[in-house]
Write a protein that binds this ligand. Sequence first.
Ligand code: ADP
Ligand code: 5GP
Length: 207
Amino acid sequence: MNKETGAILVLSGPSGAGKSTLLQEVIHDIGECYFSISTTTRPIRDGESNGVHYHFVSEEEFKQDIEEDMFLEHAYVHGNYYGTSIKPVKRALKAGKLVIFDIDVQGNTVVTNRLGDITTSVFISPPTLSELKKRLEARETDKQEVIDRRIKMAKKEIQRISEYDFLIINDNLQEAADVLRIIAKAARMKVPGNQINEFVQKWEDID
Ligand code: ADP
Ligand code: 5GP
């Protein structure tokens, strides 16, 4: 089947599960894609750059964007606002790219409801809660109270794994990356409802 539209790959999972690390592992092997850079009000971490990891804005600017309907979805996560801007996503989809979102469970619900027929969702989990704690502490990007809040959130997020198409347990990084490569390639092959209807229609037109 001829696939003209792009597709969406949602990655969710507790902060520290390894979403960014895994994505870096596979990004050069999965064809043309666009990583959606979210907008956030959270403070910038050491090693992060504005416009690369996130667009870092004030709460006032974020609320202005909400009013102007700039977001495909937005959510309040771990005490900060995060949102996905519509425009670049539309552009990338039009260009037939695989658009990758690193968003939380609330964001996945909205994206799946709005664009479900071109969306594949993956929940990335650490093998255990204690391993998650270890990784967050080793990453050295957050204060202890922030880490504690993220661990608490992780327990809630894990409850919603069944809302996802796939679960990757990121224990061995290379094995997890292999699975993500396969899922990303398959995500591109997802055929939107209107294309299926067109295909079926062609069959009905043949006597
Ligand atoms: P996320 O993007 O989900 O918040 P990161 O990619 O920043 O998570 O990973 C959190 C920390 O865990 C990083 O220090 C990273 O190097 C480490 N990490 C990621 N995957 C693994 C793995 N499979 N085994 C051990 N450490 C890992
Ligand atoms: P972090 O602060 O660790 O970068 O991200 C915290 C959480 O916010 C992660 O679960 C991440 O997936 C989520 N997140 C990042 N950007 C967005 C976004 O645009 N929308 C939503 N809903 N969640 C996001």
